[in-house]
Design a protein around this ligand. Structure first.
Ligand SMILES: C[S@@+](CC[C@H](N)C(=O)[O-])C[C@H]1O[C@@H](n2cnc3c(N)ncnc32)[C@H](O)[C@@H]1O
Length: 320
């Protein structure tokens, strides 16, 4: 633990190289090649993601923010007297500000993110803006076992915006929600942003924008592997692919090989055929009923839900 300012502590639990090389090699050795979307977020990846959130096509961020702005009083009332707020995948910590202004009983805020510099920078800014709140910035992988530096007392609420929950496969999402529930006691809560099912054109445009920022975000993974794992991917020989898989109810992002080629990562070699892909992200979409059923299965009681006028995005408050 390091003390950065009077009201901020940092905890660094993440070892990129060890985690990355093992998991990435395993994913590329499988019959259908895939890499976890968490590896999209190095510093450049986080910068590109921030640019995505400003795109015309990317409706989730502005819609979720609008819900927070318009419903903040109701949200504050539903959440009640919270002592500790834990945020998964806090990124630039943009959305938390509205909550920190309004959750007047809050004593500690614990943002968790895998993207180290982004996390510590945004936490420092928050610490200066909210000197009465103790900020415990945790660099770590929230899918791995983590011992969080939480105070025992008071009500705890987990905040998980951005529909990042959609990155999990059906089995993973259940494990994740059940594991999260173990951090909480009865009456504690989970405030979560969930993208809804909608027309395919809107969905696909959000993950394949005209300016090519999402493509750059996806392709940045190849650059990252070249820099950090000694790989020799030729970025020109891969293309960004994003489409809605209706049967599975998810957007899929892939990197598609444009030719037959062999790529090296350190000492390991991988053969790619023309048209073969590396599956890099899923983004599952849930109707309100589907998500509430899922929450119930995992030990949460759906307490409140807010949406925009068009039902493009939902924010759920669940109680343990
Ligand atoms: C889709 S972005 C959402 C960012 C922000 N919460 C928002 O709503 O705009 C996902 C965030 O989760 C982080 N992240 C992804 N997988 C993670 C993991 N396994 N452990 C910790 N952080 C992760 C990324 O670094 C990124 O900041």
């Amino acid at each position: 633990m390091r003390l950065l300012e009077n009201n901020i502590q940092s905890y660094d639990f993440y070892i990129e190289k060890e985690n990355m090389s093992h998991q990435i090699l395993k994913g590329l050795q499988a019959p259908v090649k895939s890499i976890s979307s968490k590896f999209l977020y190095d510093h450049r990846g986080s910068e590109l993601f921030e640019m995505i959130t400003d795109l015309e096509e990317y409706y989730p961020t502005r819609t979720e923010k609008k819900i927070f702005t318009e419903s903040i009083e109701e949200i504050t009332k539903a959440v009640g007297d919270v002592h500790t707020l834990i945020e998964y995948g806090s990124g630039s910590s943009n959305k938390i500000k509205a909550l920190l202004h309004n959750f007047t009983s809050l004593k500690e805020y614990v943002p968790i993110d895998i993207s180290r510099e982004y996390l510590f920078q945004s936490s420092l800014e928050l610490a200066m803006q909210f000197p009465h709140i103790t900020i415990k910035a945790v660099c770590g992988d929230y899918t791995a076992p983590l011992t969080l530096p939480l105070e025992e007392e008071g009500k705890k609420v987990i905040f998980f915006p951005g529909s990042t929950i959609g990155n999990f496969e059906p089995i993973e999402v259940r494990n994740f929600l059940m594991k999260s529930s173990q951090l909480l006691k009865e009456g504690d809560g989970f405030l979560i942003g969930v993208d809804t099912k909608k027309d395919i054109l809107t969905l696909e445009a959000a993950y394949d924008d005209a300016k090519g920022i999402t493509a750059a975000f996806n392709l940045n993974l190849l650059k990252r592997m070249n820099h950090e794992l000694g790989a020799n991917f030729d970025e020109e020989q891969f293309e960004h692919l994003a489409y809605y898989n209706e049967e599975k109810g998810r957007i899929e992002m892939h990197l598609e090989s444009q030719c037959d080629q062999i790529v090296k990562i350190g000492e390991s070699e991988f053969t790619f055929h023309e048209g073969e892909t590396i599956h890099t992200e899923n983004s599952y979409k849930y109707s309100i009923d589907e998500f509430q059923m899922l929450a119930l299965e995992c030990g949460f009681r759906p307490s409140k839900v807010w949406t925009d006028d068009e039902g493009k995005f939902s924010v759920h408050y669940l109680e343990k």
